[in-house]
Design a protein around this ligand. Structure first.
Ligand SMILES: [Zn+2]
Ligand SMILES: [Zn+2]
Length: 148
């Protein structure tokens, strides 16, 4: 992978190294999770790898990447089920370039509804803003061909 282990100018790398005041909701040796600074839903969390991986385009069809994204999704699901157990819908997904706001891979985790509702357009997978990919779809795309 061409990505550097961390980039000092990257805000998410700083959060991952706990060098900001951001409250971490989860932390292990692979990922951290925190609240989106500008929440678009009843609950809106981000799960990021500690390693600086810029975008979904840097992920490959191999078990290392597949396991990382699976783990990110598990962490996000666990947090939302804990903090928003009564939400009717959850959504998990990634922005695809050029629609990603920060060039450090981050999983958006939503307990819906979107607040305000127009924000939903930022996270649609179809149409002119088709820059969002559901986590499950990404996992399909990078699933290693030999079964795990
Ligand atoms: Zn970074
Ligand atoms: Zn994003």
């Amino acid at each position: 992978m061409a990505a550097a282990l961390s980039s000092s100018s990257c805000i998410f790398c700083q959060i991952a190294r706990s060098s900001t005041s951001t409250t971490l909701l989860h932390q292990d040796n692979k990922v951290v999770a925190f609240q989106d600074i500008n929440p678009s839903a009843f609950r809106h969390y981000l799960v990021i790898p500690i390693e600086h991986i810029p975008t979904v385009n840097d992920l490959q069809r191999r078990s290392e990447d597949f396991l990382l994204v699976s783990h990110m999704l598990n962490v996000g699901q666990g947090l939302l089920h804990r903090d928003a157990p009564h939400a009717k819908h959850y959504r998990f997904g990634f922005h695809q370039p050029p629609f990603n706001s920060v060039d450090h891979l981050h999983l958006h985790c939503f307990a819906l509804p979107f607040l305000p509702r127009w924000k939903a357009i930022k996270y649609m997978s179809l149409g002119p803003f088709g820059g969002f990919i559901e986590a499950e779809k990404l996992l399909e795309r990078i699933k290693p061909l030999s079964s795990l």
